[in-house]
Ligand binder design. Structure first.
Ligand code: SAM
Length: 231
């Protein structure tokens, strides 16, 4: 899949893209990532992407022109030959968007291309949201200073559902939220750590019993930590 990010801070993405799973996903051809500096689409000497809000008030608003030009340019430059463009969705990272969940990540992971727009200041001019953006995504009910961290969270969350990225697809089937519950607890060596023991059932080799125990533990910890998931 292709992900293109429109940002005024492309350097922020170095933090995740050159490491771990994200690096491997690019090397293996599962992820093709493009970073586009919004300031390259400005026409003034200050390369300004924002302006004062109509009606007054604090803060600045991201101007529509650089954003419209950037998205149009990305679609043009990333189109596959003369036959046409990739099927793409343009996503605005916004605290006002639909909340990121496992099912939203799975839905977005099957797209050919996602163009992610990172906001700043008070956010984007409303005409961007209504005319340029296909959907808005929030990573939670709190406000960050910019859309770069939310975009990285979204890329990480959805990459896990792109076939081949994790290398073991079953990993996403049992994890938290996949079955509407939190995942069961995990243990590794040593069997005795400072007097704290690994539950006996996990050492038994009885796979049916282990599966039953894990299911029960998943239920109990969900009931304790996230009862809202059970209702
Ligand atoms: N004035 C806006 C409001 O009250 O809804 C908040 C703007 S915020 C300071 C600047 C940018 O950070 C947003 O345009 C968005 O791109 C990003 N952002 C902040 N919080 C976010 C969240 N929870 N999820 C996704 N993006 C967020």
């Amino acid at each position: 899949m292709r992900v293109d990010v429109v940002t005024i801070f492309p350097g922020m993405f170095d933090a995740i893209l050159g490491e771990s799973m994200m690096k491997r996903a690019q090397e293996n051809g599962h992820l093709s990532l493009g970073l586009w500096d919004l300031r390259d689409y400005t026409h003034d000497s200050h390369r300004s992407v924002d302006d004062r809000p109509y009606g007054g008030g604090p803060g600045m608003v991201m101007k529509p022109q650089p954003l419209f030009d950037a998205v149009e340019d990305i679609k043009q430059k990333t189109s596959e030959g003369p036959s046409g463009q990739l099927k793409s969705q343009t996503i605005l990272l916004s605290p006002q968007g639909e909340k990121l969940t496992t099912s939203l990540a799975q839905e977005l992971a099957v797209q050919e291309q996602l163009i992610m727009v990172c906001g700043h200041y008070e956010g984007v001019d409303e005409r961007v949201r209504t005319e340029l953006i296909d959907r808005s995504v929030s990573i939670g009910d709190y406000v960050l200073t910019g859309g770069e961290l939310p975009a990285m969270v979204l890329i990480d969350a959805l990459m896990r559902y792109v076939p081949g990225v994790l290398g073991h697809e079953k990993a996403t089937e049992e994890e938290s939220f996949a079955q509407g519950m939190l995942e069961y607890p995990h243990y590794t060596r040593p069997q005795d750590f400072k007097g704290m023991q690994v539950p006996q059932v996990l050492l038994s080799g009885d796979h049916e019993e282990i599966a039953r125990w894990r299911k029960e533990q998943a239920y109990l910890r969900t009931k304790k930590l996230r009862p809202d998931l059970l209702s």
